[in-house]
Design a protein around this ligand. Structure first.
Ligand SMILES: O=C(O)c1cc(C(=O)O)c2c(n1)C(=O)C(=O)c1cc(C(=O)O)[nH]c1-2
Length: 360
């Protein structure tokens, strides 16, 4: 499709820039428009997002990753020169890998799994924002329809990606306890792939943008691509940060995750152990409800009915006795095997921790 509203020519675009001036102009576009400047990335890198907001980012960006080789295949299809194709095809190999389980897409799936997603849910692309899809698909269409020079120039955002990647990896590792080096392994390879790709594309553009018009098109292509990246973050920000309007069918917190046993999750990833010294959290109390003639556990805005066994245990829960101590005392009181009682108590306490009315 040809542009319906062409970019107005400026006096400057009438002059042929030297290759170095062209490079400077391209770098200037990045300095003003690259997605490192977007507020969503600032929040992501500074540790200001919740785990669910990081998940929304990982899920949506999967679509970009998955479509990059489709984009590169479209670029490849425009190349009539075998020597060019030989170089460009490496990009497809980088993302698809040489065999099952290899390549950038696979590493992104690992990243998504690392933040809790079920792999098949991510692969299905079901919860991905329509705006993400539109934006990524616009990139694929752009390289299919524009000239080869513009297609190659649109990849030049990669000139700026090593800086943002280093900043992102350092920031996320420092600021999120659920992010590990393994989760972010995707970015390790990009630190060498991106400069290699960007150097090639930049040389190509500097050599082939030989008229003011071609130079203007190359700059417009890079601007377009900056917008492809920027609008993906706009969409994430709008849906998951502010105003927080999640479109129908887009991913909602809790969806598409690998199920963890609820009580393990609530207890910070572990079960109650005999050495734990359980206590009631602030605002939770054991109360004798005189009118009903039974004990209840009172929590803010919630009340839990308790059976006799639970009452006997909770009367001994004081933050100093261990579970084993409690079992020993009850063993004496009821003349029963304390280790059998302990096993029952552990299950009961896990249940209470799951409801967030017990801490260890
Ligand atoms: O993490 C980033 O900020 C970032 C940015 C870009 C980019 O600037 O387009 C790419 C990537 N990552 C990336 O991982 C990647 O594979 C990639 C391919 C391309 C492209 O246009 O062909 N850009 C990017």
């Amino acid at each position: 499709m040809n542009a319906v509203f062409p970019t107005p020519d400026t006096a400057d675009s009438e002059r042929l820039l030297t290759p170095d001036e062209l490079e400077a102009a391209l770098r200037d576009i990045g300095a003003r428009r690259y997605h490192n400047l977007h507020p969503f990335h600032r929040l992501l890198h500074d540790g200001k997002l919740s785990k669910d907001q990081v998940r929304a980012w990982a899920l949506n960006r999967y679509y970009y990753q998955a479509m990059i080789p489709v984009k590169d295949a479209a670029v490849l299809a425009r190349m009539t020169d075998a020597s060019l194709r030989r170089i460009w095809r490496q990009r497809i190999v980088d993302h698809d890998g040489d065999h099952e389980g290899d390549g950038g897409i696979e590493r992104w799936l690992k990243l998504a799994e690392g933040v809790g997603f079920d792999r098949d849910y991510v692969l299905s692309t079901r919860g991905i924002l329509s705006a993400t899809k539109f934006s990524v698909e616009a990139y694929v269409h752009f390289v299919s329809e524009k000239t080869l020079l513009e297609a190659i120039a649109s990849s030049l955002t990669e000139m700026f990606s090593p800086t943002i990647i280093s900043e992102r990896v350092a920031g996320m590792l420092k600021n999120y306890d659920f992010i590990t080096k393994d989760t972010l392994a995707y970015f390790d390879k990009r630190l060498t792939q991106a400069p290699r790709d960007a150097d090639f594309a930049l040389d190509y553009v500097k050599q082939h943008a030989t008229t003011p018009e071609l130079q203007r098109r190359a700059m417009a292509a890079l601007t377009f691509k900056c917008n492809v990246l920027w609008t993906q973050l706009d969409a994430l920000y709008f849906a998951y940060v502010a105003p927080g309007l999640i479109p129908p069918d887009a991913w909602q917190a809790g969806e598409g995750l690998v199920a963890e046993p609820a009580q393990v999750q609530a207890a910070g990833g572990r079960k109650t152990a005999p050495g734990d010294r359980p206590r009631l959290p602030r605002g939770v109390r054991l109360r004798n409800d005189e009118t009903r003639g039974k004990y209840v556990l009172l929590a803010p805005e919630r009340t839990f009915d308790l059976d006799d066994n639970a009452v006997a245990v909770l009367k001994l829960v004081d933050g100093t006795r261990s579970v084993a101590d409690i079992a020993d005392e009850l063993g004496k009181t009821y003349a029963a095997d304390p280790r059998a009682i302990e096993a029952d108590i552990l299950v009961m306490l896990d249940g209470l921790a799951e409801k967030r009315v017990l801490e260890r």
